[in-house]
Design a binder for this molecule. Sequence first.
Ligand SMILES: Nc1ncnc2c1ncn2[C@@H]1O[C@H](COP(=O)(O)OP(=O)(O)O)[C@@H](O)[C@H]1O
Ligand SMILES: [Mg+2]
Length: 295
Amino acid sequence: MGPPVETIVVAESQIPDEPTRDIILELKRRGIPQRYVPIQRLSIKIDSDGVYVETRRGPLRPDVVVIRGIGFLLDANTMIRRVTTLEILEGEGAVAINPVRSLLASRDKLKSLYILSRSKVPVPPTIVTEDLYYAYNAVKSLETVVIKPIQGSRGFGAMLFSDPDLAFQVMRTLLLTHNPLYVQKYVQKPNRDIRAIVVDGRVIGCMYRISNIWKTNIAQGARAEPCKPTPDLEDIAIRATRALGLVYSGVDIGETRDGYVVFEVNASPDWRGFKSSTGVNPAQYIVDYISNIKR
Ligand SMILES: Nc1ncnc2c1ncn2[C@@H]1O[C@H](COP(=O)(O)OP(=O)(O)O)[C@@H](O)[C@H]1O
Ligand SMILES: [Mg+2]
C-alpha cells in the first residue's frame, strides 16, 4: 500500500496563499504527486460513460482533495455549484480534507454553534434570527453583544454594541441587505484569546492572540505568542474539532471566569502567526495524515 497517487489542493485564488503553499511544499518534499487547482477551474462532465471531474487539461482522479477554500463573496448559485463539485469528487472516491460536510458546517456559524452546543462544548449565549424585534429584545437582555456575519472570518464585519438602539439601526440595515442576524453575548475575557491547532485528534500547538481591541484576530492586528496547552484546553479543542468531523482545525477559545468558551472552529485556518510564534508547521502534520490514508 503506497502513498496516495494523486492529491489535489483546491482554493479560490489563482495563486495559493501561504498555508496552501506550505501544504503543497510538504507534499512535494514527501514525493506525493500534487496539483493546485483553483476551484473555478474544476468542471464536471456527465455523459453516457460516467462522471468526470475535469480541468481543461482533462480528467482528475485524485485520491485526496485538500480543500483550503471555496470562496468568499459567493452568491447562492456559485456556492451550490462549488459545493456539489466537491461532493462529487468525494462521492467518486477522493478523501476530502476537510470533509465537505464538516467544512460547510464550520463555515456556517449557526450550524457549527448548534453542533458544538449539542456536543456539550461551551459556547457564548447566542440568538440567530431574521426577526428584528426578536433581535432587539435579545440585545437588551444580553447587554453587550457581538453581531457577526453568519459566514465570516478574520474578524471582518464583527461589531460590538452596548446601545440597543444603535444595534437596532444596524440590524435593520443588515436585514434589508439580506443578512440574517447572529447576535452573541460579549463574554469578558483578558486582552487575548487562544488559537489551538488540532490535527488528527491532537493539539499540535496553541498560541495567544494578544490585542488591545476586543477582536483578537491576527488580521485585526493581534500579536501571536506561544502558549502551553493545558489538559482542559486540549480537551475542549479536540472535542470541538471531533464534533464537527474535521481532520484539522483552528479553534478559537476564550478564557472566561467560568472557564473556556469556543468562539468558533475554523476548517481552513490561516497559520502564519501560529507558525512563526510556535515554530510548528501544521502542513507537516496534515501531510502525515495524508500519507497514512489507506487506498
Ligand atoms: N462573544 C464574544 N465575546 C468576546 N469576544 C469575542 C466574542 N466573539 C468573538 N470575539 C472575539 O472576536 C474574535 C473573532 O470572532 P470569531 O467568532 O472567531 O469570528 P471570525 O470568524 O471573524 O474570526 C475572536 O477571536 C474573539 O477574540
Ligand atoms: Mg475566529
